[in-house]
Structure formats: structure tokens, C-alpha cells
Write a protein that binds this ligand. Structure first.
Ligand code: GLA
Length: 386
């Protein structure tokens, strides 16, 4: 069931002094293609989804934030002037956003808040970016006079991940959560910050996520190691080809030229990233021509690269990818950081029912757990609800 304002408001009233505040929302995201390219200054192709975080906030006249997570039934308080912040990870996201907004000069005051979400946790749909974006948007509205630009709000979320949670993520998730527009995907150049909306109306096809229900946590996962590998290779290439500032600028030939100076593993990671840059551009071209078969083919290639070269897949995700291929699905791949979570599938309408049936039948037989099917509806970005 879709999360509603009332699900949050009723708990806010119950948990605090009976009064109401303002309600904000920010969504999770999908990504059509362009995985692990954002922190390499490359291109990504995300869209916001309808699954979201909803948060109610009200000033409480103190320097303390009193926060209640409705889903986790967990309550915590922290002082805005405290450097260390709370222990619970969910609360650290809120703390980080407060501190980063304050660092931008927003005179944040203490508030009461309750929030809930229907973005599945650990599914690669960016539940944490949704949380950060909802609070960044809210604080900007309540105390910042909406003066901070959207891209900077996204960066507040990203810095929160880096500095308060320990995940050295790129900008894609927070960007998508803040800038999303119903019915449109977005192509973002992660170096310049330029982006454009692509109306997403694939006649005859559907986008569907299959959640493997293998929970992924980017914090503490080899995500940061992957980023490090990319930076290592970019630095070595830069010594020989100074125009190469990051892997976005590198070619296969340049990679080959430095193979002796980088580890085999790092070279494999870089090979994936260079290929992914080309695939995103290929998808853009194919979309303009309405050529979904090529889009799908490139999605399969991305999966292969993520699994064999970038090594962020797992048995369950590879199996889901194989099932898609066998069922004749147009395109399928791991979505998001990997190590679990969802596959994203581009399925022709006539094959859809059969594909879903196959997944429901075969996946539990093999892994003893049920997958979750999520039809993608592209929704709006962060905003005030009431
Ligand atoms: C996670 C990160 C993003 C991005 C993806 C992989 O979702 O938060 O910045 O790197 O993984 O594309």
C-alpha cells in the first residue's frame, strides 16, 4: 500500500505534543544505465520513483532535534551543536544533513520530526538518498528561504554519506531524488552538473525491478574499494596523458598503455567504467531513435561488466539476469551499487506476465526466498506536501 501523509501525521501527533508541522517528501530512484560512472565524472540516466520518504517537521524552540523513525519504531535526540552526533545510522543521515546545511549558513533550529518510507531498504533504490533529500529540502524551506539550489541540496546529501556515514558515493542518487520529474528520466553529466529530462514513454515496453531480497549495504561494502581502484588507475593514466583527469576521459588504448603499472584487478575495474561511458551514450542515441532493442542489449552488456569486471554482482542477481535472458526480456541488469538489491528489466508488454511468472516460480526454488516485483512508475522529486 502506498505510503500517505496521514500515516506519518497520525504518528507525529501521537509521538509529540499533539500539534502538526509541515510535511515533505523525497523519492528513491531507478537508473536505466550508467552504473558506477558518477564518481568517475561520467554520465548517469536515473529517474525518481513513486516510492518515497515522507517526513513531518515542526520547530520546537530548542537546539535539539527529536527524531522518530516510524518504520524502525526508534527514537533519538541530538543537539545541533554537538560535533559527534547520534549513533543510530538512520539518525546520522538527519544529523549530517542538519550540520551540512548549517555549514552553508542556513540557521537551522531544533525541531521535532517523524518520518516513514516505502523505498525498500537495501534494494539499491536509494532509500538513504531519499531520507537525506527530504530533510535537505525541508530545512531549506523552513530556515533557508529556499535559497540553496537543488544541486547543492543533492551535494548536502552526498557529503552526509561521505562524512557522517562512511560511504564515498557519487552524486546520482541524491541528484535524482531532488530533481526527479514524473514521466521523465534524466541524463546527468556528473562532471559539469548539466542535465536534461528525457520523457520516458517506451511504447510497448515496461520497466520492472526484481528485488532479489539480498540486502545490500554500501557502508562497509567494497563500494569504497571500487572507487579507490578507479582513482588509482586514473592517477596513473594521468601521469602519461595529463588530459585524463578521471576515467571519464580515458580510452581503452590509454588503459592498455599503463597496464604494467596498475594491478590486474584495478585494470579490470577501469575497463568496465570506460565501457559503461560508451554504453550510456549508446543508450541515449538509441532512445532518440526509439530503438529499445539496442537499449536492452546495452543493459545486458552492463550486467556482464558489473558481474565479471566490476564484480559487484552475486549469485542471486546473476540468476535473475539469466532468467530474464531465457524469458526473452529485452534488457536486464543489476541496478545501483550492486552486492544485492534489484535487477532492472526492460520487458516487452507481451512477455511481461510470463517473465514475472517464471521469476516467481524459479527464484524461490533455487534460493528459498521470494523475490519482490516492483513496477516502475517515474515520479516527482523532493517537495513540500503540506
Ligand atoms: C550507489 C551510489 C551512487 C552510484 C551507484 C552506482 O547507488 O550511491 O552514487 O555510484 O551506487 O552507480
Amino acid at each position: 500500500m502506498k505510503l500517505t501523509i496521514d500515516d506519518v501525521r497520525s504518528r507525529f501527533i501521537e509521538h509529540f505534543d499533539g500539534s502538526t508541522g509541515s510535511v515533505y517528501t523525497a523519492p528513491g530512484r531507478i537508473n536505466l544505465i550508467g552504473e558506477h560512472t558518477d564518481y568517475n565524472d561520467g554520465f548517469v540516466f536515473p529517474g525518481a520513483v513513486q516510492q518515497c520518504i515522507i517526513a513531518e517537521l515542526k520547530q520546537n524552540g530548542t537546539r535539539t532535534v527529536r527524531a522518530y523513525s516510524i518504520d524502525l519504531k526508534d527514537y533519538t535526540e541530538f543537539c545541533l551543536d554537538d560535533e559527534k552526533g547520534p549513533n543510530a545510522t538512520w539518525a546520522r543521515y538527519i544529523f549530517g544533513v542538519c550540520r551540512e546545511m548549517m555549514a552553508l549558513g542556513v540557521p537551522v533550529q531544533g525541531f521535532n520530526t517523524a518520518f516513514a518510507g516505502d523505498v525498500p531498504l537495501g534494494a539499491g533504490m536509494s532509500s538513504s538518498a531519499a531520507l537525506e533529500s527530504a530533510f535537505a529540502f525541508a530545512l531549506n524551506d523552513i530556515w533557508g528561504g529556499n535559497k540553496i539550489e537543488k544541486m547543492e541540496l543533492a551535494r548536502v546529501g552526498q557529503r552526509t554519506e561521505h562524512k557522517y556515514v562512511g560511504c564515498n558515493c557519487g552524486i546520482m542518487d541524491q541528484f535524482a531524488s531532488v530533481h526527479g520529474k514524473a514521466g521523465s528520466l534524466m541524463r546527468l553529466d556528473c562532471r559539469s552538473g548539466e542535465f536534461s529530462y528525457f520523457p520516458w514513454n517506451p511504447k510497448g515496453y515496461k520497466l520492472v525491478l526484481i528485488n532479489s531480497c539480498v540486502k545490500h549495504e554500501l557502508v562497509g561494502s567494497p563500494y569504497n574499494d571500487r572507487r579507490k581502484s578507479c582513482e588509482n588507475v586514473a592517477a596513473v593514466i594521468n601521469k602519461h596523458f595529463p588530459e585524463v583527469k578521471s576515467l571519464r576521459d580515458a580510452s581503452y588504448e590509454q588503459l592498455d598503455a599503463v597496464r604494467a603499472e596498475v594491478s590486474e584487478e584495478d585494470a579490470k575495474r577501469a575497463h568496465y567504467v570506460i565501457g559503461e561511458r560508451e554504453r550510456v551514450l549508446g543508450v541515449c542515441k538509441a532512445l532518440e531513435a526509439g530503438d529499445y532493442e539496442t537499449v536492452g542489449k546495452l543493459m545486458y552488456e552492463t550486467h556482464h561488466g558489473l558481474s565479471e569486471e566490476y564484480e559487484v554482482s552475486c549469485e542471486e542477481l546473476d540468476y535473475l539476469n539469466d532468467l530474464a535472458k531465457e524469458a526473452g526480456v529485452t534488457g536486464s541488469r543489476i541496478m545501483g551499487g550492486g552486492f544485492g538489491g534489484c535487477t532492472i528489466n526492460l520487458v516487452s508488454e507481451e512477455l511481461y506476465d510470463n517473465f514475472i511468472k517464471t521469476v516467481y516460480q524459479n527464484y524461490p526454488q533455487k534460493f528459498g526466498k521470494k523475490p519482490i516485483v516492483i513496477d516502475v512508475v517515474i515520479g516527482d522529486g523532493a517537495r513540500k506536501l503540506i
